[in-house]
Design a protein around this ligand. Structure first.
Ligand SMILES: Cc1cc2nc3c(=O)[nH]c(=O)nc-3n(C[C@H](O)[C@H](O)[C@H](O)COP(=O)(O)O)c2cc1C
Length: 188
């Protein structure tokens, strides 16, 4: 069974990201074509990148926190990044967590759920560029949640009715591409 991580991309106290990711996870749990796991970068206590050698070199990591994070990310076939938009990009915490690793991401698939004042669109575009360097295949279908139309008073999460369909459309593509890439990895 394909294993897909739903990665919570924000860490600040009071973050909306945990609620959004749980909602995505609950929708995903209704499916039987993949296994899903919530991955909270906050749980991994990653400092600002402190490995002396770039992960592209494939050397053994020096820190236990990197080894634990590496094993977790390597165990998945595909990822759904749940990203806030901070100053027209993704969060520093998520970018830092991504930068810790390299080969763990390569030849996997990814989809995105963005949220924010402008539905996280620019944060997702930012992440797509990063994924290109990591050789991650990003799917077209994406979810954008707006603080104006998917929250009440900018605080209570009340996703519009069509958003569940958007999540499933994105997951359909992540599962299709994730499966194709897993087959390719198994061959090589
Ligand atoms: C530092 C910071 C920068 C932000 N920049 C933007 C932005 O550029 N565009 C936008 O639409 N929303 C922006 N927002 C609003 C966030 O997307 C929104 O508060 C969201 O809930 C943040 O995710 P979090 O609650 O999981 O931390 C910003 C919020 C913060 C805290």
């Amino acid at each position: 069974m394909l294993r897909i991580a739903i990665i919570i991309g924000s860490t600040r106290p009071g973050r909306k990201g945990a609620g959004v990711a749980k909602w995505v996870y609950d929708i995903a749990q209704k499916r039987s074509d993949a296994e899903f796991e919530l991955v909270d970068i906050k749980d991994y206590d990653l400092p600002l990148l402190d490995e002396p050698v770039s992960p592209t070199m494939g050397q053994e990591y020096t820190h236990q926190h990197t080894k634990i994070w590496s094993a977790k990310i390597a165990s998945f076939d595909a990822y759904v990044f749940v990203t806030p938009e901070y100053n027209h990009g993704t969060s520093g915490a998520l970018k830092n967590a991504i930068d810790f690793l390299y080969h763990e991401w390569v030849n996997k698939a990814a989809g995105f759920v963005g949220y924010g004042g402008a539905a996280g669109t620019r944060a997702v575009e930012n992440l797509r560029l990063v994924m290109g360097e990591l050789q991650v295949a990003t799917v077209r279908a994406q979810v954008g949640l707006s603080l104006f139309t998917d929250y009440e008073n900018f605080s209570d999460f009340t996703p519009a009715g069509h958003q569940e369909g958007s999540v499933n459309a994105m997951l359909d593509q992540v599962i299709a591409w994730g499966g194709a890439l897993r087959a390719m990895r198994e061959k090589t």
